[in-house]
Design a protein around this ligand. Structure first.
Ligand SMILES: C[S@@+](CC[C@H](N)C(=O)[O-])C[C@H]1O[C@@H](n2cnc3c(N)ncnc32)[C@H](O)[C@@H]1O
Length: 318
């Protein structure tokens, strides 16, 4: 794996999509995945009248972003929260709606860089993988306590791992000898269980299992499923939601949520949509946008990105 890049993915495109919603006095931008604050910094530079609220469940990311964004003074507010708490975050800030929301999903380069967080498989580290290291189940807990069938499901669904059942069986056998604590033993097991021909073509044998454990530990899909409607519901007229996904299940969820929100309730055989019955949102992107080969070359994380955006065209935030 190449060194994780700190360059925000599709930065210019994301700012271009958010800017039309933020170019007015008092506009509010909610960055649901603040990370190191790269996207937020660019938005605050580009959209002078706007202020930003940055949410991250990782206290370490939040601390770093606060430092980076300090020059913007009270135009930036950092909040420690999980992004399905958007309604509570806005309520606490005394806001009844926002003009733009960004989700740049997954882990940050900083989280991958810090070995002890346990996200990377290249070095032996505690099997943690919690984005908020102060609460919840760790990757070791999942490996040591989940029933075999449940482990196999996690690896198959979230990791798209072809050898999920075989790996789950091996994990259950191994943990009976001694519980898992650090990553090296798991990586060794994966090398042993994934047949050599698959190892030659399928990327690093630990990649899919580590991704699956991370998604399970942080309950990523369930949180996203709750957060997208909350973000859409919080949008003021003219407001936009932009999402960058890196996993097919995430992108499918975004696609389906946006499709439902932009569909008219009027029967398809009706010649014209009566006034007032148009959908409240419209798609801003056509299909999912991807990074160019040049950007992927510069920033390998961009290789799997899928970008989608919607805009509220009528109705106000509830
Ligand atoms: C890919 S990084 C964002 C990088 C950021 N756009 C930048 O420019 O620096 C994703 C961030 O979202 C945070 N995150 C992931 N899931 C979250 C959730 N459910 N709630 C809040 N923050 C979350 C992670 O902790 C991580 O810092």
């Amino acid at each position: 794996m190449s060194t994780p890049s700190h360059v925000p993915v599709l930065l210019d495109r994301v700012v271009a999509l958010l800017a039309p919603a933020l170019d007015r006095e008092g506009a509010v931008f909610l960055d649901a995945t603040l990370g190191l604050g790269g996207h937020t910094e660019a938005v605050l530079r580009r959209c002078e009248p706007a202020r930003a609220i940055g949410v991250d469940r990782d206290p370490e990311a939040l601390a770093r972003a606060r430092e980076r964004l300090a020059p913007f003074g009270d135009r930036f507010t950092g909040v420690h929260a999980v992004y399905d708490e958007i309604p509570e975050v806005l309520h606490d800030q005394g806001l009844d709606g926002v003009d733009a929301v960004l989700f740049d999903l997954g882990v940050s380069s900083m989280q991958l860089d810090v070995t002890e967080r346990g996200f990377a498989y290249r070095e032996d580290a505690p099997l943690d993988m919690r984005m908020d290291g102060t609460a919840g189940t760790t990757a070791a807990d999942v490996l040591n306590t989940y029933p075999e069938a449940e482990l196999a499901r996690v690896l198959r669904e979230y990791g798209e791992e072809k050898f999920a059942r075989r790996i789950a069986g091996a994990i259950v056998r191994e943990r009976a000898r001694e519980p898992f604590t650090t990553s090296a033993r798991l990586v060794e097991l994966l090398y042993a269980e994934i047949p050599a021909p698959a190892r030659r073509t399928g990327g690093h044998p630990a990649k899919r299992t580590f991704q699956a454990l991370r998604m399970e530990v942080n309950d990523e899909l369930a949180v996203l499923r709750r957060a997208l409607p909350a973000a859409i519901g919080a949008l003021r007229t003219g407001g936009r939601v932009v999402v960058e996904s890196y996993h097919s299940l995430e992108d499918r969820l975004v696609k389906q949520t946006f499709a439902a929100a932009t569909r008219s309730e009027v029967p398809p055989d009706m010649p014209v949509v009566p006034a007032g019955m148009e959908p409240a949102l419209r798609l801003v992107t056509r299909g999912a946008e991807q990074a160019t080969p040049a950007e992927i070359e510069e920033n390998p994380r961009a290789a799997s990105v899928r970008l989608r955006a919607v805009e509220r065209v009528r109705g106000v935030a509830s």
